[in-house]
Ligand binder design. Sequence first.
Ligand code: FE
Length: 132
Amino acid sequence: MIEKVVKTNEEWRKQLTPQQYHVTREKGTERAFTGEYWNNHEPGIYRCVCCGNPLFSSDTKFESGTGWPSFWQPIADDNVEEKEDRSLWMRRIEVECSQCGAHLGHVFDDGPAPTGLRYCMNSASLKFEKKS
Ligand code: FE
């Protein structure tokens, strides 16, 4: 079982930048091509900006052309939670951090092999850790 990280909005606000807070705690979306990681090609892992949960590896990052960091697979299925999202008159699958509930982005089924999935993430929800 993963130990959940539970904090009040006030605590998250203190810990995060306004944009990180908006994306992760209010299900916001950063503007395409503006985030820190869409064009990052360094080897390493991407952790949840809120709780440090390891979410994605550079090994599964690919060029989606969308302007958001995109991956074809999470580090472990248990590290993310996928939920149906019917906002904005669309049916999408929202992706959250399974440890703290941070909103990360959405997953679509138009990704590359081997999974065919495209985890379309917000840079503002991630913290990159360069492989040493
Ligand atoms: Fe988290």
